[in-house]
Design a protein around this ligand. Structure first.
Ligand code: 13P
Ligand code: SF4
Length: 318
């Protein structure tokens, strides 16, 4: 008990130190909903990838500390090249972004001359530089619908999101064969088992999940859309089929409701948690603010090429 008390005190002190340093250095902390609760507590703003990109584009802070994964911090740097962008854990990558390298994508595009290239923001700056317009799971349908109805489209890198949007919009789309290691692991069987136990529960799923899983969902949306749905829908029990970090915010915003995280296919792997997002800790945030490092540095020519694809997305909005 004494040990636990000390830990809580230490954490409080660390949080205070981070908040002081943040003020001194005119830094802003942006955190994704999938990061651990303590990290979300020190953030100035917590959001999904779209909201975080928009914030990164408009902040007047001197330093942006990105509590999230690599492609998110890179996106912030693409939009705010004159600001210092810190990524407290440089090894925090993304299996989805890694499933589509820029050289492979460039070779792939040689077969698709004249196609409009739409990429999910979960990509490297190199892939964004090859992209006409980016999207996130919040605005993917609007981005596709903003294109002329006869446009031929290449969509990368997430096959599940791509196939889902193709179904919703009926557009002519070639989809890159990539996936997120977290969302791919959810299984229909496990969700049906939970449904038997909680027949009144509504199933909320992220569009990065497989088609069989999406078929069982009552509502499909980005993390921000799932949060909105959970707060406004009259149901009081929800089975949540996305990264489990979202539950912190769902429970905080809806204390009277019950949220059940869907387990992955192999329940022992714990892979409904994104290991990359969980690498960001309070200690690393403090060190990064103190040292103003590790910093995201981009090649200016590639950054400029990538910027257009994100700005076009932000013009469309949500
Ligand atoms: P959103 O933040 O767009 O919902 O994306 C989820 C995700 O997997 C982020 O890495
Ligand atoms: Fe990437 Fe999936 Fe983690 Fe999101 S949840 S950061 S897509 S690996």
């Amino acid at each position: 008990k004494i040990k636990k008390k000390r830990t809580v005190e230490n954490e409080r002190q660390l949080i205070d130190k981070i908040l002081r340093l943040k003020k001194e250095k005119r830094a802003v902390i942006l955190a994704h909903y999938y990061t651990i609760p303590e990290v979300q507590q020190v953030a100035d703003f917590t959001g999904d990838s779209l909201a975080l990109s928009a914030r990164a584009a408009e902040t007047d802070a001197k330093i942006i500390l990105f509590a999230g994964v690599h492609f998110m911090a890179e996106t912030a740097k693409i939009l705010s090249p004159d600001k210092k962008v810190l990524l407290p854990e440089p090894e925090a990558g993304c299996s989805l972004a890694d499933s589509c390298s820029a050289p492979d994508f460039e070779r792939f595009l040689r077969d698709y001359n004249g196609y409009t290239v739409v990429s999910y923001v979960n990509t490297s700056v190199g892939v964004k530089a090859l992209t006409d317009i980016c999207c996130t799971s919040s605005n993917a349908v609007d981005v596709i619908r903003s294109l002329p109805s006869d446009a031929k489209i290449v969509f990368a890198p997430d096959r599940n999101l791509g196939n889902y949007i193709r179904g919703v919009t009926g557009r002519d789309m070639v989809v890159w064969d990539g996936a997120c290691g977290v969302h791919e692991e959810f299984s229909l069987e496990k969700i049906l088992e939970l449904k038997k136990k909680y027949p009144e529960a509504k199933v909320l799923a992220h569009p990065e999940c497989k088609k069989t899983v999406l078929l069982a969902a009552d509502y499909i949306g980005s993390t921000a859309a799932l949060l909105r749905f959970a707060s406004t829908d009259p149901a009081d029990t929800f089975i949540v089929v996305t990264e489990a970090g979202i539950l912190y915010r769902m429970r905080k915003e809806n204390p009277g409701k019950t949220f059940i995280p869907a387990p992955p296919e192999d329940a022992s792997c714990g892979c409904n948690n994104c290991a990359f997002m969980k690498m960001v800790t309070l200690d690393k945030i403090y060190r990064a603010l103190l040292d103003e490092s590790p910093e995201v540095v981009l090649d200016e020519e590639i950054r400029r090429k990538a910027e257009g694809s994100i700005r076009r997305m932000l013009e469309i909005g949500k």
